[in-house]
Design a protein around this ligand. Structure first.
Ligand code: EPZ
Length: 433
């Protein structure tokens, strides 16, 4: 089984170019089926989640032409109302295949998608998605594990989200963009990827205003034309490399980023003692000067501290002076990595959705297992901070959202390799002494 092996304990320094945002890409790729024209999408991260989404799009009859690793052409011209059934296989592989619900319902007034189950970080219901579709006039039934959404036509509505939900905001926005009349989505999520999907829809001819605020106003249009679009940089990939500098006492510049999207992360790292330099499209994190100090973090919807950065920040806090507290307010089960980090010497006590972290001076190397995407990346950071050899298993989680992860880490001086056998593992240990 493939795993990462690394020899940690040294400060990592250098520049790393950040790729396109995975969570924006998944919405944009799904939305591209809403036109019979052709959409050229650039800066798409070449990761498992986006590749599965492209397969799901082909599965419903969409045309997908891969130009290169990060560029794809998509058209919905060959999709018919009868083919708007998303195979359950895709939902099992990535929950975000459910974005095809909003896209297909919007364009074809019919979509059949398997009900996504819970996942490693929580139950993750989709009641707000369904509430929005019904408000637009769709008949939505759930039976046999499948969601069937149909409508003669969709009419604009005034929708108040009970929960701030990224997925529901994107899904309902897509369906509303081709509805008759005006839609207002109140209590909308404000993440940068919501804005990216709205901008992409507008580039196809939609009329969406207010994305990025908690009130989104949509004037439905008849149809969409093709478009050319480039995905925004991935704020979570950038934040992951920023915390890598903090955890290893290094000095890393993340390039091709939008600093404003990283403000919550930069502010926390500065509070802990990192020196942060912000440029037009880069942020530098210098943690060489001294040991970092404790702080408090509460994960919140954007622009609050992102839940997808919670495990990575915990790895840094567990090495910082003093006692820190992390409150995870978005998902109910996002501390699964704590057991693994404890095996590396971290002192963390979890009480419900609160983790109390007592900083230790260093981690001890260990063989650990990634429990989910972001925790997996966080455990790699811990392995690179620990002296000695560590391995991280179940790296398929990490490959869902980080493109060329080990290559980018090596570019910063990390001694890390992807190995697939005991022999390769021993070979690494002989080569990297
Ligand atoms: C998106 O998930 C991201 N995934 C997640 O990133 C991210 O953690 C999350 O937003 C929060 O920022 C993608 O964009 C593909 P939500 P999503 O709907 O849309 C509850 C990663 O690591 N809720 O904003 O599923 C839900 O249970 C992944 O890249 C309802 O109650 O998140 C949660 O507690 C992990 N009913 C909260 O809202 C609903 O209908 C926020 O969930 C929908 C959500």
């Amino acid at each position: 089984m493939e795993q990462y092996v690394m020899k940690g304990g040294r400060p990592l320094c250098g520049d790393v170019v950040i790729g396109g945002a995975k969570n924006a890409s998944l919405g944009v790729l799904a939305a591209a089926v809403m036109t019979d024209g052709e959409c050229l999408i650039e800066n798409m991260p070449d990761v498992r989640d986006t590749n599965v989404m492209l397969q799901a799009i082909e599965g419903v009859g969409g045309c997908v032409e891969r130009i290169d690793a990060n560029t794809v052409k998509i058209s919905g011209r060959d999709i018919s109302r009868e083919s708007t059934i998303v195979d359950g296989e895709y939902i099992r592989r990535i929950r975000a295949s459910y974005y095809l619900l909003g896209a297909l319902l919007g364009k074809y007034k019919r979509a059949v998608v398997a009900l996504p189950g819970g996942c490693d970080i929580g139950s993750r219901p989709i009641d707000q998605h369904i509430k929005g579709f019904r408000a637009l006039g769709a008949k939505v039934d759930i039976s046999g594990g499948m969601i069937t959404a149909v409508a003669d036509h969709l009419r604009g509505a005034h929708i108040y989200m009970d929960v701030v939900s990224v997925g529901a905001t994107i899904n309902v926005m897509m369906a509303a963009a081709l509805a008759e009349g005006n839609t207002i989505i109140e209590n909308a999520a404000k993440e940068p990827h919501i804005v990216d999907v709205a901008n992409f829809l507008n580039s196809m001819g939609a009329n969406i205003k207010g994305a990025g605020t908690d009130v989104i106003r949509i004037r439905g249009v008849e149809s969409f034309h093709g478009s050319e679009y480039a995905i925004i940089p991935d704020q979570i990939e950038a934040g992951t490399f920023m915390t890598l500098a903090a955890a290893t006492g290094g000095d890393i510049t993340v390039k091709n980023v939008i600093p404003k999207h990283l403000e919550a992360i930069s502010a926390k790292l500065a509070e802990m003692g990192c020196t942060i330099h912000e440029y037009d499209d880069a942020v530098r994190v210098d943690a060489r000067e001294r040991r970092l100090t404790c702080t408090q973090i509460k994960t919140l919807p954007y622009p609050g501290f992102p839940t997808d950065m919670q495990p990575q920040m915990a790895v840094v806090l567990a090495l910082s002076e003093g006692t820190s507290v992390i409150t995870e307010s978005i998902f109910e089960n996002r501390f699964k990595y704590v057991d693994e980090l404890t095996r590396m010497g971290a002192k963390i006590q979890v009480e419900g959705n609160v983790a109390i972290i007592t900083g230790v001076s260093k981690y001890s190397s260990a063989d650990i297992v990634a429990p989910d995407l972001r925790a997996g990346a966080a455990l790699v950071i811990a392995g690179l901070a620990a002296e000695g050899y560590s391995t991280v298993e179940s790296i398929q989680y990490i490959q869902r959202g980080y493109e060329r992860f080990e290559e980018k880490l090596k570019g910063l001086g990390a001694e890390i390799a992807l190995v697939d056998s005991e022999r390769e593992l021993q070979k690494f240990k002989l080569q990297v002494v």
